[in-house]
Design a protein around this ligand. Structure first.
Ligand code: ADP
Ligand code: MG
Length: 240
């Protein structure tokens, strides 16, 4: 494996009595799509909050490109090249799609200069070029998710964390989002994805991490993980 782009070591997060993340360690290879799966409350969003600096860990470290980022401010972590696509997109509704994406380009990774080209590229990757001049207020739920991803990659992030980008989307929209994530990977951006739709996860992921009650119970190739008895019991469900 080449030097990991993201490394999480012995990470724990306690909320009062609850250990939401419990001694989790893994490394993410650059240029890959890694999916994090697990039941509701398993700690997936908390893990993203720890990586992006929205929460401070109780113990453990997070490194990005071999540099420890634990304890850095969220905006500093974003400037280094970690971007998160939120599940609930809150675009500026009166601005156009392109203007919303341009904001991502303006406030992204330090050193990003060509805002217009970055905006165009992000729109193309998200499959939104044809919607560039539409006001954000007319977008469907599916298109808003694409806009959120476009905004996140316009920051010129090297690592995109996408928390349930397909939640609530129909099968056609889900397939379109999975295609977008593939294009993003092909453009050189590493993706960590939280997703519930198992067929999509199995199809798109290079690697799958399984969280259950804050613990990492499996880490491997999709085919391997889907056969893991502990994973089947915890998450995929046993056949009736
Ligand atoms: P997932 O995203 O896998 O559904 P979360 O990371 O959102 O799970 O939550 C993991 C656990 O931590 C849940 O029991 C949740 O209620 C709890 N939790 C998450 N964020 C907080 C918080 N800020 N304060 C207290 N408890 C939290
Ligand atoms: Mg969550």
């Amino acid at each position: 494996m080449s030097a990991p782009i993201l490394r999480v070591e012995a990470l724990s997060k306690r909320f009062r009595g609850l250990l939401a993340i419990s001694d989790v360690s893994f490394a993410v290879e650059p240029g890959s799509i890694t999916s994090v799966i697990g039941p509701n409350g398993a700690g997936k969003s908390t893990l993203f909050n720890l990586v992006t600096g929205y929460l401070a860990p109780t113990a453990g470290t997070v490194s990005f490109k071999e540099r420890t980022i634990t304890g850095l401010a969220t905006n500093r972590i974003a400037e280094l090249g970690v971007s998160r696509a939120f599940q609930i997109a809150r675009p500026f509704r009166d601005l156009s799609v392109a203007e919303n994406v341009r904001i991502g380009a303006l406030f992204g990774k330090a050193g990003a200069r060509d805002v217009a080209a970055t905006t165009r590229e992000a729109l193309a990757l998200a499959g939104m070029t044809h919607l560039a001049d539409e006001p954000a207020s007319v977008l469907t739920v599916g298109q808003l998710r694409h806009l959120e991803v476009a905004r996140a990659i316009a920051t010129r992030a090297d690592l995109l964390l996408a928390d349930e980008p397909c939640a609530g989307l129909n099968p056609t929209e889900t397939a379109a989002m999975i295609d977008v994530l593939r294009r993003i990977r092909a453009s050189g951006v590493t993706v960590v994805l939280v997703e519930h739709d198992m067929p999509s996860v199995m199809e798109v992921s290079d690697r799958v991490l399984v969280l259950d009650a804050g613990r990492l119970i499996a880490d491997g190739a999709p085919a391997e993980v889907s056969k893991n008895p502990q994973v089947i019991a915890a998450y995929l469900g046993t056949p009736d």
